[in-house]
Design a protein around this ligand. Sequence first.
Ligand code: ADP
Ligand code: ASP
Ligand code: MG
Length: 468
Amino acid sequence: MKFGGTSIGSASAMQRAMEIVAKEKNNSIPVVVLSACSGITNKLIRISAEAGDSNLEKAMELSREVKEFHHGLVDVLINDDERRASALDKVDAYVGELEILIKGVDIVGELTARSFDTFCSFGELLSTTIFSEAMQEAGHDAVWLDMRELMITDDNFSMARPLEDICEKNVKQAIRPLLEDGRIVVTQGFIGSTKDGKTTTLGRGGSDFTAALLGAWLSSDEIQIWTDVDGVMTCDPRVVPDARSIRVMTFTEAAELSYLGAKVLHPDTIAPAVKQSIPVYVLNSLHPESKGTVITNDPAMLEGMSYGGLVKSIAVKKGQCIINFRSNRMLGRHGFMAEIFGVFARAGVSVEMISTSEVSVSLTVSESAPLEELVAELRKMGDVEIEPDVATISVVGDNLRTSKGVAGRIFSAMKEVNIRMISQGASEINVGLVVEGDDVEKAVQSLHREFFSGNESSGIFEAPAMKK
Ligand code: ADP
Ligand code: ASP
Ligand code: MG
């Protein structure tokens, strides 16, 4: 059971999460994976930046805010004097480590990738410490584990990947006996460590990934991702307020959606679960009774919910930039594409969407890519033009593979919008469009209307029980 930041972002949210865990315990003993409380990872990142810029005062002030926030949680959640004192000591010990790190980075005047990950790790260490103390206070046999001792990763800081064989062995050895003894395990998502004990992180949103990995290594019956919306929805409810919950979807659809920008799941989440066909439930901690979404390849589950429509969901990724490249030298030549992509590879930039003709290539990258460097290199080979502030919109559904007329419907829905780029994914289950930043809401809402109005009775979509 993984709880995201908002699901444990206040004392009352933590209480709700604890009730959900306690209820699950009646079925089977869960492993609980927590994110940092909402906003804390961002704050730790700010602290690291201030320390790196030698703004010691500011970094220390923010660190005091981190401390006060967690003290506030302990004060509400833990009544027993002795336990409260011990929980506060643990919080203070982590904040003490954070302050030593701040001072170290301030003196050196440089924030390294290694220290950055250590900064980020405190959010999960603090949230899990408080949660497990509060579970114990409520009479549950909960045991706190330091995931850094089990999740051994490579040293690709900020985007570390687990050394799977070692981790699987560690996790089985450490966690199985506890579960067999009926003890609830509480541990951190997102963090791990290298073989020589340096703290690493799995990338933003990485707690989902931790949960899926643990689920796979422990051969769990299911993986539950508890968040702040009613499962995976037909679109981000922040963009389309009348988005509906999707009751069931395939692993490919969910993976595609998460890669294409639906923040509800971390892109890597699905892989470990797919390998072992473990169903992933995406559920709403603010509304535990609603059914949420199940992601599965189980034919029985899918058949019960068969869907005749075309599109399952629409993903949006803002903050993108189009690079248009054109050169007559491309005509009839071989190896030119390799040269173009070599530029991106050398700059370590991931290319997201591509569309080509004989003499031109358009592609999108994140706005945070080193654009000047890319443009300077590409200009040596041809003409380059940049279109900043665009968003990619992807229409996703397994049925797109076999259906006719999708493109027609997409274009008629986009009559009022200037489409900057179009691409159909090789997986054939998504069609991608790029539009100007100002047009995103309009474009997505009209696509949503085109594909989802009139589907109310399909049984696969449900109005969310509670709007965000
Ligand atoms: P958590 O902290 O629980 O990991 P996230 O903020 O990472 O939560 O993900 C949940 C958010 O994802 C939702 O609040 C919602 O705004 C956003 N989101 C984007 N696309 C979708 C989608 N298709 N369905 C549901 N939520 C989505
Ligand atoms: N706390 C981490 C983040 O904010 C990991 C997560 O929430 O999944 O990215
Ligand atoms: Mg998340």
